[in-house]
Design a protein around this ligand. Structure first.
Ligand SMILES: [Zn+2]
Length: 331
């Protein structure tokens, strides 16, 4: 496990290091920003640094007793709360465990650190249970709430935390990091970077999984549907297997991109993945059609990531039908 902070997190890292050095480390921190930019890793790395024995280092040393405990996952002064499964709620029991943890004296270090990730997965009981600890924390406790959707947190929780805002990485920093972290050439790096929309960890995930292939296939499917040659049910089934959240997330980005290209009359799609497919779609649809498709993708994305369990297959088919319907009226 690499305990060094990411290069696009320098500003946030230094902000907290300054607070730490001045003995003004906040008790409650809300770390928020886009997913795929490594905010959770930031919380872990800053925890390692605060617990590290070698105070003079700017990052956790990785070698001291505390760092060894940390990397083995057994540090007694660190407590992590996550949902039992991704996408599920954080129930009240693990939060009660966290509260007990904060009430014990630290075993090893000067801090006791708890990380809740994603904090917006806490249900109402969990949030209520946490409130009191946030209001009256023990002297050396630091609670870090990680969330890419901080508006979903109760105001009472948000108002008791100092919010640290994270951002996407700049192209220069993000691409350099991606090249260093993987074994790819500049052409592939450009391609993946464009797909990852400024999110370096997401870029790495694209490289290491089937996601890049799936995204490319979605572009081909969109073109195929417009040209009437594609098998509707087969595509619906395939997109369902990809996952409605991923598909709509990608569609929102993709259609926004095509709309922008259409609007600016820019024909330079060459450096984008599937550039010929994209260009064909842009030529075939008018601006109004692109904008309504974007609206629908966005609405459905919000629906599948919202609080209610909606029929995801139904939403996918709804979008596909709408898209297919554009072929007869476009131009
Ligand atoms: Zn250390």
């Amino acid at each position: 496990m690499n305990l060094n902070s990411y290069p696009w997190h320098i500003e946030q890292w230094e902000q907290l290091m300054t607070a730490h050095q001045n003995g003004r480390m906040p008790h409650g921190l809300l770390l928020s920003g886009p997913s795929g930019t490594g905010i959770e890793d930031f919380s872990v790395k800053i925890a390692a640094k605060l617990l590290c024995d070698n105070a003079e280092n700017s990052q956790a040393c990785g070698e001291c007793q505390s760092c060894l405990l940390f990397t083995s996952g057994n540090h007694p002064d660190l407590y992590k709360v996550e949902p039992e499964e991704p996408g599920k709620q954080i129930k009240v029991e693990p939060i009660r465990g966290l509260i007990e943890f904060t009430q014990l004296t630290s075993q090893y270090s000067s801090y006791k650190i708890a990380i809740i990730q994603p904090a917006d997965a806490m249900n109402r009981n969990s949030s209520n249970a946490l409130l009191k600890t946030l209001e009256e924390p023990a002297g050396n406790v630091v609670l870090m709430l990680v969330s890419s959707r901080p508006s979903k947190l109760p105001v009472t929780i948000r108002s008791r935390c100092q919010q640290i805002q994270f951002h996407k990485a700049t192209e220069e920093i993000g691409k350099r990091w991606l090249m260093e972290s993987s074994d790819i050439d500049t052409v592939r790096c450009n391609e993946i970077w464009n797909m990852a929309q400024g999110k370096p960890l997401y870029a790495l995930e694209l490289l290491e999984s089937d996601l890049a292939l799936q995204q490319s296939q979605i572009i081909k499917d969109l073109r195929g549907l417009l040209e009437q040659g594609a098998d509707f049910m087969q595509i619906a089934q395939k997109w369902h297997e990809y996952g409605a959240t991923e598909v709509f997330h990608w569609l929102v980005y993709l259609i926004a991109l095509m709309t922008r290209l259409k609007l600016t009359g820019q024909s330079d799609t060459a450096k984008l993945q599937n550039s010929q497919d994209l260009q064909q779609i842009i030529n075939q649809l008018n601006l109004r059609q692109l904008v309504s498709s974007y609206d629908m993708a966005r609405r459905h994305y919000q629906a599948v990531t919202g609080l209610y369990n909606l029929n995801q297959t139904g939403l996918l088919e709804d979008f596909l039908l709408f898209w297919q319907g554009q072929s007869s009226t476009g131009g």
